[in-house]
Design a binder for this molecule. Structure first.
Ligand code: ATP
Ligand code: MG
Ligand code: MG
Ligand code: MG
Length: 469
């Protein structure tokens, strides 16, 4: 049965209310009292103090739909069917209350019961931590899943831990979307990185305490922490090709296509840009709403990077006027019911986006003027790599634009030399980040440190070369 994303969110939260959970609104994307995290990236993150017992939760069973940002997934956005930098994570939590049995039974009931989502159970596959025979017994004996349909994975995939503190094995639920979504490689099965077997839900059984030296002791308080991507659930229920084809998200993509005058589904290159813009406008609207302001460091830098990357993709689509604020209206329309703060702050959100887009456009305009001067003063054949790098480094002018303009004048620049200068600069930045500790690594997640390709192959390397600062 068809169900919209907004309906599925409500179904999930009310399902867990029938199981005695207290429904809480999403926490802000800005972590409170947690210097280890730049932005909230999971449902459990803002509830850490309840898991450690540091704070008493309002109830021992809680359910939320949490706004999440994962900048680490930025390179996947628009390319895989299942990753966004922004997504909503549905979660049910037990703080020293119920444990494995209930968590597994309820996740199965919600997904497969005809009274709830009613997914075909033959398409679902659980995974468990390699040693977790208790979870195996529950899936096999109680739920009735055949042993060969239960996948055992190692620590990397199925043991959740974050430094020291509460941790434990987890059990994920995968959905087989069918061979048409597979990579076709031999051995492609649950756990393959392609888009066929999509992980929809992760149930974490936090039952151990890690003292920080790898010594595990059983916790007195056993906790449950689960997370299911709302967009992924909707993708499965709606039977669509990717997160970007889910009803509310697709409305945003359609808005961008309309502005760009480009049809979705016509070419891969265009589609990737449409999806990148769709994703980034969602994350930026949500971040601005929660109080992040564009800047050159920390969260503000993440916001700036995402906004400008979206504008840049707009240019690739041939959009030659400010458009982000217009697209933001669609985001607010689609999500304003679930997040009323979006409606309350809409004027402010539009203002921030308009300012940032204008300042980026100004960067591009002044960069173009400088480049044209340099071209006029050149030998008409080559621009020095040092000049190209200065445009990039000092004025934030993207290298691919420089190359494009040079080409129009029948000119070139040494890409090898440019890359060398760029790598030198990255080394310096890496050193600086080391000094910043944990927070520094967050900006590395943005892909700024990826060693760039040496050959210029048109727009494909755009993301890697777009300099945003
Ligand atoms: P994947 O292996 O597919 O990248 P994950 O194991 O990193 O997912 P978890 O950290 O277990 O994901 O998060 C819990 C759930 O949140 C996932 O099962 C998935 O449904 C959803 N999720 C995770 N990352 C994303 C993302 N980038 N975009 C949309 N949904 C996501
Ligand atoms: Mg992941
Ligand atoms: Mg995974
Ligand atoms: Mg997972």
């Amino acid at each position: 049965q068809y169900r919209g994303l907004n309906e599925l969110r409500e179904m999930y939260l009310s399902f867990f209310e029938t199981k005695g959970h207290l429904r809480l609104p999403s926490f802000s994307l800005i972590p409170q009292n947690d210097p280890s995290l730049l932005l909230i990236n999971s449902g459990m993150a803002p509830m850490k103090p309840y898991f450690t017992g540091e704070q008493e939760p309002p109830r021992h069973r809680v359910t939320t739909c949490q706004k999440c940002i994962r900048t680490g997934d930025i390179e996947n956005v628009g390319k895989t069917a299942r990753h966004g930098t922004f997504f909503e994570m549905l979660g049910n939590f037990s703080f020293g209350d119920y444990f494995k049995r209930e968590a597994i039974h309820w996740s199965w009931e919600f997904l497969t019961s005809p009274d709830w989502v009613g997914i075909d159970p033959d398409r679902l596959y659980p995974s468990i931590y390699v040693d977790d025979d208790e979870a195996f017994e529950i899936w096999n004996k109680e739920i009735g899943i055949a042993p060969e349909r239960i996948f055992r994975f190692g620590k990397e995939d199925n043991f959740w831990e974050h430094g020291s503190g509460p941790c434990g094995p987890c059990s994920e639920i995968y959905y087989d979307r069918g061979p048409e979504f597979g990579c076709g490689k031999p051995g492609c099965t649950v756990g393959c990185d392609c888009d066929r077997y999509m992980e929809v839900w992760n149930n974490v059984f936090s039952q151990f305490d890690n003292d920080g030296n790898g010594n595990y002791t059983e916790l007195k308080q056993k906790n449950i922490d689960t997370g299911m991507g709302l967009e992924r659930l909707a993708c499965v229920v709606q039977g669509v090709g990717s997160l970007f084809d889910v009803d509310t998200v697709r409305n945003i993509t359609n808005k961008v296509s309309e502005i760009a005058g480009k049809h979705y589904g016509e070419s891969d290159k265009t589609d990737i840009s449409l999806r990148v813009i769709t994703d980034h406008i969602r994350s930026t609207v949500m971040m601005i709403c929660d109080g992040v302001i564009p800047s050159n460091e920390g969260r503000g830098y993440v916001l700036r990077r995402l906004l400008r990357r979206a504008v840049r993709h707009g240019k690739l689509l041939g959009i030659d006027k400010p458009f982000m604020s217009d697209v933001a209206s669609t985001v607010i329309k689609e999500s304003g019911g679930a997040y009323p703060e979006l409606v309350e702050k809409q004027k402010y959100i539009h203002k921030v986006i308009e300012n940032e887009e204008a300042s980026f456009n100004k960067t591009i305009d002044s960069g173009l003027a400088i480049l044209n001067d340099k071209i006029a003063a050149s030998d008409g054949k080559e621009l020095s790599a040092a000049d190209a790098f200065q445009l990039y480094d000092t004025y934030g002018f993207p290298i691919d634009l420089t190359l494009e303009v040079l080409e129009e004048h029948g000119m070139t620049t040494s890409r090898e030399e440019f890359d060398r200068l760029m790598n030198e600069q990255r080394e310096r930045a890496r050193e600086d980040r080391k000094k910043m500790g944990d927070l520094g690594w967050q900006s590395e997640d943005l892909g700024l440190d990826k060693s760039i390709k040496t050959a210029f192959d048109g727009y494909d390397t755009l993301e890697e070369s777009a300099k945003i600062l």
